[in-house]
Design a protein around this ligand. Structure first.
Ligand code: NI
Length: 179
């Protein structure tokens, strides 16, 4: 069991496209275990491999419906329809959320950790989670789905978030130098 550090907006790894997984081996299963631990510790309902700096097409999720945790490898959306507005957040943009319109219903296919084909029809929270995590595998963050007004405000909010984190990381040394 291990927990990874979650990469935050501004980290270039979050803007890269993840590579297809070619081998489902013990190493990948261990990675999934660690991703699940990291997701629960955060806590979050989904976590994609690029969020911990690993460029693989893989994500884990648990939307607290009693069926999780789950993992999917090389997922893709084959069908989507409807429209749903949902206040969406992201572990890589901590503390911020925006109302984002996306399709309500998606059909996602991929492979599970046994190498079997899997298929999910999902709506609302689960459908949103699939779209959000799949975006991560394509190097897309939720801020890219904002409308013009939201985007303007988000730029400011993200700047403040990053400045706050910078100040936080400097705090211990500042405290030490006061002694
Ligand atoms: Ni996210």
């Amino acid at each position: 069991m291990a927990s990874y550090e979650i990469r935050v907006i501004g980290d270039p790894v979050l803007k890269q496209e993840a590579a297809e997984v070619t081998d489902i081996d013990g190493k990948l299963v261990k990675l999934v275990d660690d991703m699940v631990d990291t997701m629960y510790a955060a806590p979050g309902v989904g976590l994609a491999a690029p969020q911990i700096g690993i460029q693989k097409q893989l994500f884990v999720w648990d939307i607290n419906d009693g069926t999780g945790p789950h993992a999917i490898v090389n997922p893709r959306i084959v069908e989507s329809d409807g429209e749903w507005v949902f206040e969406e957040g992201c572990l890589s943009v901590p503390g911020l959320s925006w109302e984002i319109v996306r399709p309500n219903h998606v059909h996602v296919v991929g492979v599970d950790l046994d190498g079997n084909d899997v298929s999910y029809e999902a709506s609302e929270l689960e459908g949103r989670m699939f779209q959000h995590e799949l975006d991560h595998l394509n190097g897309v963050l939720l801020v890219e789905h904002l409308d013009e007004d939201q985007a303007k405000e988000a730029k400011r909010q993200v700047r403040e978030l990053l400045l706050g984190r910078q100040a936080e990381s400097k705090e211990p040394s500042r405290r030490l130098s006061l002694r």
